[in-house]
Design a protein around this ligand. Structure first.
Ligand SMILES: *[C@@H]1O[C@H](CO)[C@@H](O)[C@H](O)[C@H]1NC(C)=O
Ligand SMILES: *[C@@H]1O[C@H](CO)[C@@H](O)[C@H](O)[C@H]1NC(C)=O
Ligand SMILES: *[C@@H]1O[C@H](CO)[C@@H](O)[C@H](O)[C@H]1NC(C)=O
Length: 332
């Protein structure tokens, strides 16, 4: 087992060597730490902030056991008259913790709970808040054989159904980035969209061929995901030994790894860089190589934008969708 892992890293090293120059300062910034998530998200992050929280499980049709958390207001008065359910869907390499990493006045999950919403936190397959699969182990290749379409058609649909069933109320969905592309895909199912009251899409994506960020484009050019799949790496976990090494390899003089996040997302107005160490205790979460490969392919697809708009307009009728893109909004 250990030998084959070492072999994979060695193979990768030689394959990627031409594009590689490791950066020492990368270590300091990324400081990737393995954290044992023995306790759930409620116990680790949400309850300590004074918010009542309960853990729930939802099993997808293809056998994944997803973790969901239900959060209510820290004020007892609001807790008794619960508002409508809101389901929060995180982005790529993230999980539900992303909505709770800053103070209760800054984190959307806490803010919604304190405004009286019945907050449900979604976590897709493969993240550390997912409870695995009924028969497959994380070491199986098949465990990682999916992309964002399965997030949409199995995971999100199951989570919406679960929340709808428990609360007996239409669900408000709030998605962020990858969480928006999977929301839009899930809403193509008439059974699912009937259970949704409205959706808010933060930093929405439906196609990626207009992307200009250097790091992802570089990785696409390097055929990183195909290389990973070819050498048998199906789980993309940047907190694993080889994951950290790959990240180091990607850093060369063209990519400022000291500012890794902005090299992917562009400048971020509101990111608190003094909290990066804390964020990294939770993020990034694993995803599948196949998923990243799928997303990379859509960065190369020139027909996708027309196609996506066509699909979007054909199913979104009758559903209230709100888009929010920070770059296009004036800051308040
Ligand atoms: C990164 O950190 C690890 C462990 O702290 C250390 O062994 C390694 O030499 C460091 N790498 C670089 C490039 O500084
Ligand atoms: C958080 O918001 C509440 C009400 O909106 C306010 O009373 C409180 O002072 C704020 N706390 C901080 C630390 O900003
Ligand atoms: C950024 O994080 C630090 C450390 O947690 C905190 O002291 C500071 O108030 C934060 N800044 C903002 C603008 O929230």
């Amino acid at each position: 087992m250990e030998l084959s892992a070492a072999l994979k890293v060695a193979l990768l090293s030689s394959l990627l060597l031409s594009a590689v120059k490791s950066a020492e300062d990368f270590n300091d910034t990324l400081n990737l730490r393995q954290k044992s998530h023995v306790a759930g998200l409620c116990a680790q992050l949400i309850e300590p902030a004074g918010f009542p929280c309960s853990e729930h499980n939802a099993q997808t049709k293809d056998g994944f056991v997803l973790g969901l958390q239900r959060v209510s207001s820290s004020s007892g008065i609001l807790r008794r008259q619960m508002g409508p359910p809101v389901l929060l869907i995180h982005g790529l390499f993230m999980a539900g913790d992303a909505w709770f990493l800053d103070t209760p006045n800054q984190s959307l999950g806490f803010i919604l709970a304190n405004r009286g919403f019945d907050v449900w936190v979604g976590n897709v397959r493969g993240t550390r808040w997912c409870h695995g699969h009924i028969s497959l182990s994380e070491k199986d290749k098949k465990f990682w054989d999916w992309s964002w379409q399965e997030y949409a058609l199995y995971d999100l649909q199951e989570m919406i159904r679960y929340v709808y069933t428990v609360t007996n109320s239409r669900v408000f969905v709030i998605g962020y980035s990858q969480g928006t592309i999977i929301s839009l895909a899930a809403f193509t199912e008439p059974d699912t969209v009937q259970m949704v009251g409205a959706a808010a899409l933060l930093c929405p994506i439906t196609y990626l061929n207009h992307m200009t960020a250097r790091l992802p484009l570089r990785l696409v050019k390097m055929h990183l995901t195909q290389v990973l799949l070819a050498v048998g790496i199906h789980e993309l976990n940047f907190k694993s030994d080889w994951g950290t090494r790959i990240m180091e390899m990607m850093c060369d003089r063209h990519v400022d790894c000291g500012d890794l996040l902005s090299s992917i997302t562009g400048k971020n107005c509101c990111f608190n860089s003094s909290r990066i160490d804390f964020y990294l205790e939770y993020e990034p979460h694993p995803s599948s190589t196949k998923n990243l490969n799928h997303l990379f392919q859509s960065m190369l697809c020139s027909l996708c934008s027309t196609l996506a708009l066509h699909i979007l307009s054909s199913f979104s009728q009758g559903l209230s969708l709100t888009y929010y893109h920070p770059a296009k909004e004036k800051r308040k």
